[in-house]
Structure formats: C-alpha cells, structure tokens
Design a protein around this ligand. Structure first.
Ligand code: XMP
Length: 319
C-alpha cells in the first residue's frame, strides 16, 4: 500500500540526490503548499536552502509572523522577507478594476522576487508547490471560460526567464495528501489547515481602491471572522471563510451618536473543488458574535452582512 511516510522519506532522499551541493530558492506564500515544499527541502538539504517571502502588504493578520517563526526558529532556513508593502500600495493607487489589480500585483510580485533571488549567490534551482490539480488545470483551462473570468489564479507561478531549474516535489499529490504530509513533517496545524488565499490577497477583498487604512480595517475584521469560526470548531468544516470590505457607507447609531461608516461582508463557503460552492450555513449565534465583535472592535465598520450567494452564479471572491 502507498504510504505517505515512505513518500516523505523517498522524496527527501531523491531531492538530496538531485540537488547535490547546489543551492535552492523556495518562494513561501504563507500557504500550506509552499510551506510543505520548504519543509521537505529543509530536511533534505537544510543549509543550501534560501526561502523568499514577498510581504506585499496584502497578507492576512499574523501570516508573515507565522512563516517567520516556522522557517527561522523551527526549520532554521535562510529566510529573506521582502518588505514590499509600499511598492505594492504604489502600484495599486487609484486602481479599482479587479483584473487590473491582479495584473499589477502579479508583475510587482515577479519584480520583487526576481530582485531578491538575484541577491542569492549561485542558486541553481527554484522550488514550487505545484500540486496535481494545478498540473491538470494549466493544461486544460487555457481556453475555457473559467480562464477568462478571473486572471491566472496562481500568482505564485514564476516565469522561466528567471533562469532556474524547477523543483516541484508535490506534482503528484492532492491537497489532502499535502496536508497530511505537512503534519508528518512537523508543520503546525495553523499552517497545515489554513484556508486557501488568493495570490492578490486582501487587495481583491478590499473592493474599489486599495489603501493602507482600508487594508488595516479589513485585516482586523477578517481575523475576527476566522477566529470566531475556529473558536466554534467549524474552521475545518468550511473551505474558505473571510471578510470583504465594501466601498459602501451606511448610517448607524452608536451610543447617542449617528455613525456613517463602511459595511463589511462575511463570506464563508463549502466546496470540494472551488469550481462550485455553497455558502456555509453557519449557526446564527456564531454570525451574531462575528457581527458584534467586528462592529465593536473594528473602527470604521458599522454594518455587517452575510453573503448567501452560491457559486455559480456568484464567485467565491467578490472581485
Ligand atoms: P472564485 O472567486 O473565482 O475563486 O470563485 C475560486 C478560487 O480561486 C481563488 N482565487 C484566486 N487565487 N489568484 C489566486 O491565486 C487569484 O487571482 C484568485 N482569484 C480567486 C479563490 O480564493 C478561490 O479559492
């Protein structure tokens, strides 16, 4: 029988043999796939590994810190964090159109990554967390309607022009196998079970123009959504749960005074393949706690709505 324990040992041995004494660069995104690749490489060739995390200022709360903890303290890798927030914000200034946001974030990401990778002496390989479904999709979805609804989904995919040989140790695995492998390699549950997160990050959940202030508001609201769903023990039963900051202001009342602030949408979906999805039928008392906490704790938000749109006709993200 096929065992994941054997897979880990065999993959680590094969990586060691393939890489020899060369240097490998591995991009980290905060997600589980790249973390598992980095963990495999840390075990295989430890000191020859350089990890790069581009902090685009569009990550979830504590996401960067979790990666830093894991890949400097636990796996002691040579981790480079690119402080990209200002560059990305500059690229996004004045942009409201979702596809244009994606384009700009995608090309800025490549520029940042390229710059940082250029500082790494003598790197021969680039490791990526490509999974089996990605392999199939990139072959099949090129001309399909899905390809044109939203721009290329995997912003993490880097162009060949970088000049590295690719290492993709997860090419034969499905997501659930990657998660089990991650646990086995000693990655924390927090990283292993983290919901998928789009490459353009919070930018496509901050509707309209993206600013540092709006991102701050959204990040805090999102942390409450995720935190309460976790506290209710429902995080792993939902596929993707998050907050969306709407460019809509509405009137409210707080104490004796009138407020006029932004609305925030809560989105949570259940899905097997992310091609179709149902909205999560979350308990009303949980929704109520989320709403109360966001309004009390997040300045600038005075109204919370729950998104009850399935996919199709909706998409999971709002942009
Ligand atoms: P939609 O919104 O199209 O999302 O129903 C389906 C899945 O894809 C993710 N998504 C993206 N991932 N870059 C990514 O890497 C993107 O531009 C992007 N847009 C959507 C979304 O989070 C969901 O998991």
């Amino acid at each position: 029988a096929w065992r994941l324990g054997d897979f880990a040992d065999q993959t680590i041995a094969a990586l060691r043999a393939q890489i020899g004494s060369d240097r490998v660069i591995c991009g980290l995104s905060g997600g589980v796939d790249s973390a598992v690749v980095a963990a495999l490489l840390a075990k295989a060739i430890g000191p020859q590994l350089t990890c790069i995390l581009v902090d685009n200022g569009l990550l979830r709360k504590d996401e960067r810190a979790a990666v830093e903890r894991e890949f400097t303290e636990h796996f002691q890798t040579d981790l480079h964090v690119v402080e990209g927030e200002q560059r990305f914000l500059q690229q996004l200034a004045g942009v409201v159109e979702p596809q244009e946001k994606r384009r700009r974030i995608g090309s800025e990401f490549i520029a940042c990554f390229k710059e940082e990778a250029g500082k790494v002496q003598g790197a021969k390989y680039l490791a990526q967390g490509t999974l089996y479904p990605d392999v199939i999709e990139s072959g099949a979805a090129q001309d399909g309607p899905a390809a044109t609804i939203k721009l290329h989904h995997n912003v993490g995919g880097l162009p060949k022009e970088l000049g590295f040989e690719l290492i993709e140790p997860l090419r034969d695995l499905f997501k659930d196998e990657v998660r089990r492998l991650g646990l086995q390699l000693g990655l924390p549950e927090d990283i292993v079970w983290r919901h998928p997160f789009p490459g353009p990050g919070l930018a496509v959940r901050c509707l309209g123009e993206v600013t540092a202030d709006k991102l701050h508001t959204l990040r805090e609201a999102d942390a409450i959504v995720v935190g309460e769903i976790k506290a209710a023990g429902l995080y792993r039963q939902t596929s993707q749960s998050f907050a969306v900051l709407l460019p809509v202001q509405s009137v409210g009342v707080m104490g004796d005074s009138r407020t006029y602030e932004n609305a925030c949408a809560v989105r949570s979906v259940n899905t097997d393949d992310f091609m179709t999805a149902d909205w999560s039928h979350l308990p009303h008392d949980l929704l109520s706690r989320i709403s109360t906490r966001i309004i009390n704790e997040v300045p600038g938000v005075n109204r919370v709505v729950y998104d009850i749109t399935s996919k199709p006709p909706g998409t999971i993200e709002w942009e």
